[in-house]
Write a protein that binds this ligand. Structure first.
Ligand SMILES: Nc1nc2c(ncn2[C@@H]2O[C@H](COP(=O)(O)OP(=O)(O)OP(=O)(O)O)[C@@H](O)[C@H]2O)c(=O)[nH]1
Length: 318
């Protein structure tokens, strides 16, 4: 006889481009919470950079690390969930990382489909906010970041190291009610007692943005090359990107052999040294650009980057 356990709780992590979703996923995957957590990553763009940025998976689909599973979410979300449920009977919690341009509420709607009713339970929509970049996010894609926070059961006001107390208080006064569930973090260090509280959070966000976001469709472009890149030239290109490009992320190899994870969020650029090459990518350098507006801005960016590398396979707009 087949016995069914209790439905598995599902947390969706949403929030605008670069707010800190993957950082939160890494915190969960490396954390000491005693739960077997399966993570589904829904990245925007041709290549799932987020899956490669997740550091604790020991590689590949359904690989086990710290009791966790990881897989990509691109080919049909329902099928992915079905596959995961069929493959694993021992999962305590499922975490879905939405892309930065997704509406996390829509993802949770899928979790609530009748077919999953006995197997999954919508636990919470956790929405990350870049405390230093929220105004830029609104300017880049009017309506989207507001809609994302409007669907939150728990808000995570992240990157508090980049702003002062007055700015945090002003943000809270503008966007939340006094009883909104909200935690302030640096590097997405949300306490597990809050994240996996085992309760369904009451809705508590000031905004109820019913209207469809009015932003232009998101655009992504991918640049890749083999061999080393000239970091100084590349830094100059990334410092002068058109405003249509809001987010860049990926990996680079410098001429001295060092490898870096690269993040651009708005105008903030960072290079993070990596001890080993990222898993699952078969080129030395790859950068995915995401933003809103004219595709030509992205094409120009790719052309400028070609001057920074030794050899360059065909690049792609998607
Ligand atoms: N200063 C600072 N940087 C942070 C903090 N949290 C995350 N970051 C950095 O912000 C950048 C983007 O973080 P991610 O976790 O990749 O953001 P994301 O929301 O997953 O990005 P997308 O998936 O592209 O939407 C990275 O360089 C992180 O290291 C923080 O609290 N403070």
């Amino acid at each position: 006889m087949v016995t069914m356990g209790a439905p598995i709780p599902v947390t969706v992590i949403g929030g605008f481009l670069g707010a800190g979703k993957t950082t939160l996923v890494n915190h969960i995957l490396s954390g000491d919470h005693g739960l077997k957590v399966a993570v589904l990553v829904n990245d925007f763009g041709a290549i799932n950079i987020d899956a490669a940025l997740i550091t604790s998976t020991e590689g590949g689909l359904y690989s086990l690390s710290n009791g966790c599973v990881c897989c990509g979410l691109n080919q049909g979300f329902v099928e992915q969930l079905e596959e995961l449920l069929a493959a694993r009977a021992d999962i305590d919690h499922i975490v879905i990382e939405a892309s930065g341009v997704a509406d996390p509420a829509r993802i949770m709607d899928t979790v609530r489909y009748a077919r999953f009713a006995a197997r999954l339970r919508a636990d919470a929509i956790v929405v990350m906010v870049d405390a230093a970049g929220f105004d830029d996010a609104i300017a880049a894609a009017p309506g989207l970041a507001e809609a994302q926070i409007g669907s939150a059961d728990l808000l995570v006001l992240n990157k508090t190291d980049l702003v002062d107390r007055n700015m945090l208080d002003a943000w809270r006064a503008r966007w939340t009610f006094p009883d909104t569930r909200i935690v302030e973090t640096t590097h997405a260090l949300v306490p597990f007692g809050i994240l996996f509280a085992g309760e369904v959070f009451p809705r508590g966000v000031a905004s109820t943005f019913g209207a469809e976001p009015v932003h232009e469709p998101a655009v992504s472009a991918t640049w890749q090359s083999d061999g080393a890149v000239d970091l100084k030239r590349l830094q100059r290109v990334l410092a002068g990107l058109p405003t249509a490009v809001y987010r860049a992320k990926g990996f680079l190899r410098a001429s001295d052999g060092r490898r870096f994870a690269v993040h651009l969020v708005g105008t903030r650029l960072s290079f993070e040294a990596m001890a080993i090459a990222p898993e699952g990518l078969d080129v030395d350098n790859i950068l995915v650009f995401i933003g809103f507006g004219e595709r030509s801005a992205f094409e120009t960016t790719l052309a400028h980057l070609d001057g920074c590398a030794e050899s360059t396979p065909p690049n792609a707009l998607s």
